[in-house]
Design a protein around this ligand. Structure first.
Ligand SMILES: Nc1nc2c(ncn2[C@@H]2O[C@H](COP(=O)(O)OP(=O)(O)OP(=O)(O)O)[C@@H](O)[C@H]2O)c(=O)[nH]1
Ligand SMILES: [Mg+2]
Length: 376
């Protein structure tokens, strides 16, 4: 329904997009503008630079990053490119289950056999584990990254999971602006991150290694609940039988769970990234999901909910940024922390004091007539 609405106002939308783009262009530094044009032309070097800019914490970069994003998004709107013309696929699972190996196979197949342009982002602390620059070949996805139609960003430059996730949404948008049809996000899915991955992608696939018995080892319930599909990898050699059993166990476990969405029943598949088998089957399910969710309107709805949630995330981030860069507030925080250290007062109360002070300082000056009524 919403899509039709958009079509109705298309002409004015285009005009507005063009205007905003022109305004933003005025504010952009020449280097940022060049980067933006490079991204739109599908240049991978420009894309890498743009991602680095987005991931930067520097204040001057933050603003340029915002202009850059605005520019490329308005350009897409101007050209009438539908936001859901690309698909976002999340692959999560315990460390070592074979996520990178599977993505390498899947991505290569998509580029070679389906003529798709594929971008891969790894949103994991794995870079921190392996020391950042000394990434293994698996993480690097050597075969896939050699292909002209693929882009692999092996790891985020910063270690903090929260920080990385904050920017993933923007990075996905950049990849789409660079013309990638499929954006694959790899995530371990530990702690908070399994929730976050679902806030970034259209479909979440849980990639599991075969576990013995009917115990779904190492897989947390939270991940099962968000999975639109479970893929049991390493269905090869000695593990083939175990994989078959594991697949059945997952099927049963999913049946016992409350359905995540009305339109889609989670599926279970087996594959072997090592032998390159079952990958096409996995993709068929992804396509089915995309079709079902698009037709039911759920895909658009999910994107809208994600945007709303990221808006609040950004709200938090921007508020925190401003608060942390306020020296007076810092001073007050230090005083409060000292009082807390002595055992007087509660952190909750101290936080309230900080919030009140921040709001008071940032409130617009009241008109002179009502100024007498302000008191705390
Ligand atoms: N037998 C078998 N081994 C596999 C398969 N896929 C991956 N492996 C092996 O499993 C190990 C982990 O593979 P990765 O692709 O790096 O796993 P990952 O899930 O990306 O790991 P992290 O990023 O560290 O969480 C490697 O030694 C792979 O060679 C498979 O289909 N069969
Ligand atoms: Mg990996």
């Amino acid at each position: 329904m919403l899509a039709t609405k958009t079509r109705d106002v298309e002409a004015s939308d285009v005009e507005q997009a063009r205007e905003v783009k022109a305004e933003v262009k005025e504010e952009m530094e020449p280097a940022t503008l060049e980067m933006a044009k490079g991204v739109l032309a599908g240049n991978r070097v420009s894309l890498s630079r743009a991602i680095t800019l987005i991931e930067s914490w520097k204040e001057s970069h933050t603003l340029q990053a915002q202009y850059l994003l605005e520019y490329v998004l308005k350009d897409r709107q101007e050209k009438g490119i539908d936001a859901t013309s690309s698909f976002r696929l999340g692959i999560c699972g315990t460390p070592g289950s074979g996520k990178s190996s599977t993505i390498e196979r899947l991505g290569t197949m998509l580029v070679r056999d389906k003529g798709q342009r594929v971008a891969v982002l790894a949103v994991d602390p794995s870079s921190a584990r392996s020391g950042g620059s000394i990434l293994g070949d698996k993480t690097r996805m050597t075969e896939l990254s050699k292909l002209e139609e693929a882009y692999v960003r092996p790891s985020p430059t910063r270690g903090s999971l929260g920080g990385v996730a904050q920017h993933t949404n923007d990075v996905v948008l950049l990849c789409e602006a660079a013309g990638f049809d499929i954006v694959i996000v790899e995530s371990v899915g530990l702690g908070q991150s399994e929730v976050l991955i679902d806030e970034v992608v259209d479909m979440t696939v849980l990639l599991a290694a075969p576990a013995g018995g009917d115990e779904l080892q190492g897989v947390k319930k939270g991940i099962m609940e968000i999975a639109d599909m479970v893929v049991v990898n390493k269905a090869d050699g000695d593990l083939e039988k175990v994989a078959r059993h594991a697949a059945t166990d997952y099927m049963h476990a999913l049946q016992l769970m409350r359905r995540k969405r009305e339109a889609w029943r989670p599926r279970v598949k087996k594959c072997s990234a090592l032998r390159n088998t079952g990958i096409e089957d996995v993709w068929q399910v992804v396509e089915k999901f995309r079709k079902t969710m698009t037709e039911s309107g759920d895909l658009l709805l999910k994107r809208q909910q994600q945007n709303r949630s990221w808006m609040w995330n950004q709200f938090n981030e921007q508020l925190m940024f401003r608060a942390k860069h306020d020296p007076e507030l810092h001073h007050l925080a230090d005083d409060l922390a000292e009082t807390l250290g002595q055992g007087y007062g509660t952190p909750r109360h101290a936080a309230r004091t900080l919030v009140s002070e921040f709001l008071r300082k940032n409130a617009p000056a009241p008109p002179s007539s009502s100024s007498s009524s302000t008191s705390s």
